[in-house]
Design a protein around this ligand. Structure first.
Ligand SMILES: NC(=O)c1ccc[n+]([C@@H]2O[C@H](COP(=O)([O-])OP(=O)(O)OC[C@H]3O[C@@H](n4cnc5c(N)ncnc54)[C@H](O)[C@@H]3O)[C@@H](O)[C@H]2O)c1
Length: 296
């Protein structure tokens, strides 16, 4: 609504009263923003939607990792996707529910939509956190920092420091005397969500803005490069899982997956992140007793 992206926004929640209250609260801002029809609805209303954003999932509390709530979220995700597809939806699914990479894979398998039409918010939020963190340390606008966090949106995520550029300069070239410590930057980005959840119980504004940025790239057919969670099919030797790589995002969803020129240790870390997701996916399928369809 704030960015005038959609004429209609339908909120679906198993707690219909909550969805109705949120819709009413949001609609209160209409006259002061860019008016859109916002209401609580059903999956039938979603059938003709261009984008279905799935945020329903188990929330993490305190120090719980995202992967530890996978089974609970998976159950919710399967139900949401089944109901969405039963209505005849054939747009683009964007997943925010955690653990987002595993939930994106479930949405992809369950929906039967092409891989380009299903993506997760992935490490777009972590990348935004990284740019903001470096921005305050180095006194340069976050938008001027070209940076990437890749892999799992979670504890095994990988910051591709070798690809980071500010005005064409590497981090060391930009700040030769006081280059930020990579380990400290990485751990502060990785732990940012835990700290916010510790203070307010959940995260909302950062992830909402990441979601909107993805929707904007789709609706405006921008062909913007964003790190989102997608099905990998051989990139860096990884396949059959979803994780974040830089992708060209436009009206057709994920139009291209890019392979940045990473250093050897970054590729190894990325593969290790993929291995963690693969193991978590297998455990999830064993727990649920559902052999997962292998996706190329
Ligand atoms: N990807 C990210 O970076 C990111 C950031 C923040 C939160 N999240 C994730 O988003 C998810 C939601 O977080 P939250 O803080 O909004 O949690 P929340 O508990 O406040 O909201 C979850 C909502 O889902 C609804 N719900 C549950 N089952 C449903 C179903 N089958 N159909 C429809 N609605 C259903 C619940 O009624 C509830 O309103 C969590 O998995 C959280 O980890 C992801």
């Amino acid at each position: 609504m704030l960015r005038a992206l959609f004429r209609e926004i339908v909120l679906i929640d198993s707690n219909h009263e909550l969805a109705a209250a949120e819709a009413a609260d949001l609609s209160d801002a209409n006259a002061l923003a860019r008016p859109a029809k916002i209401c609580a609805g059903t999956y039938e209303d979603a059938a003709s939607a261009r984008i279905a954003l799935i945020t329903a999932g188990a929330a993490t509390h305190g120090k719980e990792t995202r992967i530890s709530v996978a089974a609970k979220s998976a159950d919710v995700m399967r139900r949401c996707v089944d109901e969405l597809m039963a209505g005849g939806f054939d747009g683009i699914i964007v997943v925010a529910a955690n653990p987002v990479d595993l939930m994106t894979l479930i949405a992809l398998r369950r929906s039967g939509l092409p891989p380009s039409n299903v993506m997760g918010t992935g490490t777009l939020l972590d990348t935004s956190r990284l740019r903001q963190k470096l921005s305050t340390q180095m006194q340069v606008a976050p938008g001027s920092i070209d940076a990437l966090v890749l892999g799992e949106h979670g504890d095994s995520e990988v910051i591709a420091f070798s690809t980071l550029r500010i005005g064409g300069l590497s981090l060391g070239q930009f700040a030769p005397a006081d280059e930020p410590n990579h380990y400290e930057v990485a751990s502060s980005v990785r732990n940012a969500a835990y700290e916010i959840v510790g203070g307010k119980g959940y995260t909302s504004f950062g992830i909402a803005t990441a979601v909107v940025r993805i929707c904007e790239a789709i609706v405006r057919d921008e062909h913007s490069v964003l790190p989102v969670s997608v099905l990998v099919s051989g990139q860096f030797g990884m396949k059959g899982i979803c994780l974040s790589l830089p992708c060209v995002v436009g009206a057709d969803g994920v139009e291209r997956i890019l392979l940045p020129a990473l250093e050897r240790d970054e590729i190894e870390a990325l593969r290790a992140s993929a291995a963690i997701l693969r193991t978590a996916d297998s455990e999830l399928n064993q727990e649920q007793g559902t052999p997962a369809k292998e996706l190329e």
